[in-house]
Design a protein around this ligand. Structure first.
Ligand code: 4AD
Ligand code: MG
Length: 473
């Protein structure tokens, strides 16, 4: 049985076998074992008299062990039950003198350098159990609502989405690239007989499926080669992209808000121990900061998010608020907002959420110039039916829109934005054959995990982060 199962229903007097790794070993007798199924360890009491000296010497931090014994009520403080071992076997030794994880606090920066071992810490154990729960809850939410999970391709021959810089995929020999007569790379000789990239989004494919299956979502890895070295950006991240036929921007906002609230509630209910641990961890981190700069307590923040309606505001209203804000007037923003039409930076998004509305915000109706070609044009001729959800401490967590379902308007926008129509005939076909109003959005999976775990750097919520200059493990 796992430690989680034993501790959930401890049967005093029963015999158990547990398998796990040594966290600490005190007094040549008390061994804390973790098997990663829960934040909790199980205390194994080793019999000093009957256990071989040679075995005792090998019970070291990090060692893999199998312990057999009887579960008893604990004599000591700190745990309710413990395993009175009658045998302990060392399955894998650990050289404790060089083991990088010592029973003390390590910085997150240090742990990022040993990403292959950080799963073994309390913090990362909690994060990755929560990450799993977030993923499961998302699938459950959509499944329960009758959505179909569509696997959009990872390698794409289309670069029209324009969501970000792309990584090229090729089998050409980079030391001897075949050239055309004009001196360009001859992609006809490449694996797919054309130039291909890693996908930046599964949306366009999701639209194709939604216009037949009505309600679909994708959930897959997404790649962006932007050189943004921030605590919110990864070069490889996971994105969830629902797409719904016969749905407008308001249905889209309702769906996104319901989904976020559902997933957060699910985690509060099913990851209690881990979230309580992360809550205390954050509280300790924040103690060293001045009161005004401290992040809100994790569990309070999560509950607040579930219990309150998100504020729905138009871009135009938001611009007014920002132009009249203190940091804008005093030029405290790095990007001062001068006029309607300005693109919002994360500092502006966070001002709206954290200082002005003090709750999650959904911004709608953005200027068409700063949004993608596929967003539905509003009647004012200036804005599109876009919606971004902004979260405290995160900024943009969801970006979506109602789609332009009218062929003429879509083609006109593509021409204006120099998007090659001939490469997009497959996409335009949806507008030729049975087009209908439809809408969808993209949720940044790691940004949601960041929010729910209360961590502050996105590199700490994905097992092996890929960022500029970093893809070692
Ligand atoms: O706003 P984005 O670029 O939207 C799209 O890609 C649309 N095709 C989505 C759709 O309508 N189906 O990205 C969506 C979300 C962002 O709100 C953000 O949470 C996340 O993806 N995101 C990133 N997360 C981590 N690292 C990055 N580099 C990210 N870029 C976007
Ligand atoms: Mg966006």
């Amino acid at each position: 049985m796992t430690i989680k199962e034993i501790l959930a229903k401890p049967s005093i007097g029963a015999d158990y076998t547990i398998e796990g790794w040594v966290r600490t070993f005190r007094g040549n007798q008390f061994c804390a074992i973790s098997d990663g199924t829960t934040i909790k360890t199980l205390q194994v009491v080793v019999d000093r008299d009957t256990t071989d000296e040679s075995v005792l010497n090998r019970i070291k931090t990090g060692a893999a062990v199998v312990a057999k014994g009887t579960l008893i009520e604990s004599q000591g403080a700190g745990q309710a039950v413990e395993l009175q071992a009658n045998s302990i076997e060392i399955v894998g030794d650990s050289d404790a003198s060089s083991y990088p994880l010592q029973p003390k606090k390590h910085s997150l920066e240090f742990l990022r350098e040993i990403a292959h071992l950080r799963f073994r810490t309390n913090t990362f154990g909690a994060i990755f159990r929560v990450r799993h729960a977030v993923s499961y809850a998302i699938h459950k939410f959509f499944n329960d609502k009758g959505f179909f999970y569509i696997h959009s391709p990872i390698i794409t021959g289309s670069d029209a989405e324009g969501a970000g810089e792309m990584f090229q995929v090729t089998t050409l020999d980079l030391n001897d690239v075949p050239k055309t007569e004009e001196g360009q790379v001859n992609y006809k000789e490449d694996f797919f007989n054309k130039s291909t990239n890693l996908t930046v989004s599964g949306q366009l494919e999701a639209e194709l499926a939604a216009l037949a299956l009505t309600k679909v979502y994708t959930f897959g890895p997404t790649f962006r080669a932007e050189n943004s070295n921030t605590s919110r950006h990864l070069a490889e991240f996971w994105m969830i992209e629902p797409e719904v036929a016969f749905s407008d921007i308001h249905d889209n906002m309702d769906l996104a808000e319901d989904m976020l609230k559902y997933v957060i509630s699910y985690c509060l209910e099913h990851c209690k121990d881990d979230i309580e641990f992360l809550h205390k961890r954050l509280e300790n981190e924040e103690k060293s900061k001045p009161q005004a700069q401290r992040a809100p307590a994790l569990i309070d923040k999560l509950k607040f998010c579930i219990e309150n309606d998100f504020e729905r505001v138009t871009y135009s209203e938001a611009i007014k608020i920002l132009m009249n804000s203190k940091p804008n007037k005093k030029k405290k923003f790095q990007f001062v907002i001068e006029e309607w039409g300005a693109d919002l930076q994360s500092e502006h998004e966070r001002y709206l959420v954290e200082k002005h509305f003090k709750k999650p915000v959904i911004l709608i109706d953005y200027p068409k110039e700063i949004k993608s070609f596929y967003m539905r044009q509003n009647d004012d001729g200036k804005t599109v039916a876009a919606m971004d959800i902004l979260f405290p401490g995160i900024g943009e967590i969801v970006g979506g829109s109602q789609r332009e379902e009218r062929l003429d308007k879509l083609e006109q926008r593509m021409e204006e934005m120099h998007i090659p129509k001939e490469e997009m005939e497959w996409f335009l076909d949806t507008r030729r054959y049975g087009t209908c109003p439809h809408a969808g959005y993209g949720l940044g999976f790691e940004r949601l995990v960041l929010f729910i775990t209360g961590m502050s750097n996105i590199r700490d919520v994905i097992p092996f982060p890929r960022t500029p200059g970093n893809a070692s493990i």
